[in-house]
Each structure stands twice: as C-alpha cells, then as structure tokens.
Design a binder for this molecule. Structure first.
Ligand SMILES: NC(=O)c1ccc[n+]([C@@H]2O[C@H](COP(=O)([O-])OP(=O)(O)OC[C@H]3O[C@@H](n4cnc5c(N)ncnc54)[C@H](O)[C@@H]3O)[C@@H](O)[C@H]2O)c1
Length: 428
C-alpha cells in the first residue's frame, strides 16, 4: 500500500505539475491529488463523512476509502441503509477498521442528528435526486454515484441545487481519476492521435445480471434487482454506458448534438423490463461519431473505449496506444507473418490490384507502465481534498451532468425510434 500510494502520488504530481495547458484545462480535478498540504492530522481538520446506501457499491466505496485511513484525516461518522443486513455489513467493516459510525435506516434522521461535512450516496438510481437535493440544501458536500438520476428533470434539479447551495457535487465517474485515462487524455488533448474521427465503445457481458434474492423470496425482486425495471433504472444505459459516454465527452471536449439508437430484450426474456441488447450513435458538433453497443449474452469483446484518430488509436481499458504507422517489422518476420496469415492466398491472380483491407496486427504500446492503481479510491481521496478546500472545479460536476443527460436522452431515442437533440432547458 505504502509503495503504491507513493508511486501514485509521484505520478499524479508529475501530471498535475508538468501537464500541458490543454490537458489541465480538460482535467482540472487532477490538481487536488497533488496537493497534500491541507491534510493535517488535527482533529479540527478531520473530514466527517456519512455513507447513504451501503449496498454493493456503497461497501466497495467504503473498502476503497479505508485504504487511506492512515494517510488521510477523515472519519466515517454515520452509515444509512434502509435494508438492515446491508447496513450491518457496512458497520462491521468500519468496526474492523477502527471506526465506529452511528447507523440509521432513514437518511433524514441521519441528517437531523449528525454533524458531518459530506455524504457519499450509493443508493439505487431513482433514489439519487431527492437524497442529493436534501443533503445539498442542508449545506453538505455530496459525492453521488453515477448515473445522476432517473429523469432529465431530476438531473437538472440536482445540478441547480448544487449551483444555488454552492456545495460540491461530484459524480462517481472514477475514470476521471484513473492514471491510464489521465495520461491517455493528455496525449489526445495534445494532439497525438491527430483528428479523432470516431469513438467506438462497448460493454459486453454474458450473464443474466441478476442478484440472488434473500431466501428466494420474490417479494424482494424489485428491491434487489432494481436495475432490471424501468421505474428505477434505464438498465445497460444508466449502469454501463453512462461511464463510457463520459469518456467520449472527455476525450472530445464536446458534448453530443444528437443521439439515435435501438434496443431489445433479445435473450434474457425473464420478466425484466430493460433491454439486454442496445446500439446507440452519438454525433458531435465537429462531425465525430461515437458508436456504442452493449449486450449481456456474449462476452468475447468485453469492455472498451476506442478513440480513433488519423495518427493513432487509444484503447483505455487495455492500457494501449497504437500508432497508424507502426514500427517497421524486419523483412523476414513480415514474410513469415504474411504466409501465416494467408495474405498471398487472398490475392487475385493475374488481374486486379485489389488487396484485402486487413486490420493491423501490430499490438501497440502500453500507455502507462504501472497499472496498480485504484481509481475508485482516488476519486474518494479527491472528494476529501475538495471538502477541505471547500470547493471543486466545476467541471467535475458538469462531466457527470453531461454524461447523465445524454444517457437518459439515449433511452428516449431508443423508445421513440427517433434521432433526438437535447431540449434547451437541460443545456448548461
Ligand atoms: N461507479 C461504478 O463503477 C459503480 C459500480 C456499481 C454501482 N454503481 C452505482 O452505485 C449505485 C448503487 O448500486 P449498487 O449496485 O450498490 O446497488 P445495491 O442495490 O447493491 O445497493 C443500494 C443500497 O441502497 C439501499 N437503499 C435504497 N434506498 C435507500 C434509501 N432511501 N436510503 C438508504 N438506503 C437505501 C439499498 O437497501 C441497498 O443496500 C447505483 O447508482 C449504481 O449505478 C456505480
């Protein structure tokens, strides 16, 4: 932990201090991780946090933030979950790590009783907006998991309350703090990939995306498997695509002008309401297209965002960059490669000069060498740092806002079978 914490600090510090103006303008939240001077051990400097929603993600956030309990002066003062077994789980984990938070099953009681600086909200999507608004209005800084909210109006209300309260609203897009993404974005924003023509992104899984119900009791179905029902979630769009449209917007430094898409329940015909198979196209003002698809009945291609420029390609999830002009392969190796791949066999004999358009076999280069970072932990460390400063770069909020509105608009485009633009009242 120590070594990795130090390496990561050095890496982030170098990026924050040595990054180009274009890069730092595109990723202004980075600087907070390079500033440790405000992190004194004094009790008066301790950042007091509550977590609302200690389910799967809430507990993951708890585990991640505990990584910093020795380096960062913070305390988990309270936990809240309206489902007792999950609350208990979070409480026990805190106790094992020397923290003794009070526990609540109603977040309003927590807000009435606790002296805290900030909250971490990890409830299901449809519960984000009203909890966030109540917390901001009470003068608390908020870290809320992605995606922001279930409707465009709720997303807008969260944003407006953040503005009127002056409190931080950070959305849980952890890639914003991932060193592979940060270094890759620096290269994109410095022009290393040339002109980006397309972004291709996808998230493919092969499972039913269901969670087991306590004692197989069907009364828990909608509470536990909320992701599968439209009242609570837009399924693959809000749960998965929201991360990747955020990456596309960040890479392009623009937000889309339109979205169209289609979707279906192709395989998991098990009573769910959300699509298990979607395809969406976002168009950007400069003509770039972002082509997105997600499915849950084939995992061969996994998860990726491919940023494709005329000079090169970046694939963030596998930490690789590919030049359009790869280093020359020695002649004899090239010949062996061509024979192995049957290139000669495919050439028509004696007439046309047509050559098959094969994909490059070149395997690219890693973007960064040390990949042992937890972006989830770093975004929480940043949240603590922002609270200490009393403010965060506005872009940390707008990244989440733009990803969220275009995600919900994609759902509407699929449902209506139309190409949609963002109505003026949701533009910020
Ligand atoms: N950033 C990421 O990579 C990532 C990964 C997974 C989930 N998430 C997000 O985290 C959020 C939670 O997802 P999850 O998988 O943990 O769901 P979950 O169902 O496992 O957990 C949600 C918890 O919230 C509790 N809850 C519901 N309503 C509540 C209320 N009014 N007050 C207090 N607690 C309440 C539930 O009892 C449950 O324990 C979602 O928004 C999801 O999109 C983000």
């Amino acid at each position: 932990m120590e070594a990795s914490y130090k390496n990561r600090r050095d890496f982030i510090r170098q990026l924050a201090l040595g990054g180009s103006a274009a890069f730092l303008a595109a990723s202004p939240w980075l600087k907070v991780l390079a500033q440790s001077e405000n992190n004194t051990k004094a009790a008066s400097d301790r950042v007091r946090l509550a977590i609302i929603g200690t389910g799967s993600r809430g507990n993951e956030l708890l585990r991640n933030i505990m990584n910093y309990k020795d380096e960062q002066n913070f305390e988990i003062t309270a936990l809240c979950d309206n489902y007792e077994p999950q609350l208990e789980y979070g409480k026990n984990y805190c106790h094992e790590n020397g923290m003794k938070p009070k526990t609540y099953t109603n977040y309003k009681t927590l807000l009435e009783n606790e002296q805290i600086d900030g909250v971490i909200i990890a409830t299901p999507l449809h519960q984000h907006a009203h909890i966030t608004v109540d917390c901001l209005q009470q003068g608390l800084h908020v870290f809320c998991e992605k995606s922001m909210a279930r409707t465009l109006d709720d997303i807008r209300i969260m944003y407006d309350t953040h503005r009127s309260s002056g409190k931080i609203l950070q959305i849980g897009h952890q890639r914003l703090f991932n060193p592979v993404y940060l270094e890759g974005m620096q290269r994109i924003h410095n022009g290393q990939l040339g002109t980006i023509g397309q972004i291709r992104a996808y998230w493919h899984r092969n499972n039913n995306w269901r969670r087991a119900l306590p004692n197989n009791d069907l009364n828990f179905e909608r509470q536990i498997n909320w992701r599968l029902y439209k009242e609570y979630s837009a399924g693959l769009l809000t749960e998965l695509m929201s991360h990747q449209i955020q990456v596309a917007n960040w890479a392009l430094q623009q937000t889309p002008v339109s979205v169209m898409g289609t979707g279906s329940i192709r395989y998991w015909n098990d009573g769910r309401e959300v699509d298990d198979n979607i395809a969406v196209i976002f168009s950007y003002p400069d003509g770039t297209q972002c082509i997105y698809d997600s499915m849950t009945s084939n995992k061969k291609y996994g998860l990726e965002e491919q940023i494709m420029g005329n000079l090169g390609t970046i694939e963030f999830e596998v930490n690789r960059q590919y030049s359009e002009e790869p280093p020359a392969t020695p002649g004899i190796q090239q010949l062996i490669n061509d024979i192995e791949h049957g290139i000669f066999g495919k050439l028509p004999i004696g007439n046309s000069s047509w050559i098959p358009e094969t994909a490059s076999k070149y395997n690219g280069e890693p973007i960064i060498s040390d990949n042992e970072f937890s972006d989830t932990a770093m975004q929480l460390e940043a949240f603590i740092g922002f609270i200490r400063q009393g403010k965060a770069p506005e872009k940390i909020t707008t990244e989440g806002y733009n990803a969220s509105v275009w995600t919900i608009l994609a759902e509407e485009a699929i449902e209506k079978g139309e190409k949609l633009t963002l109505p003026d009242q949701y533009k910020i």
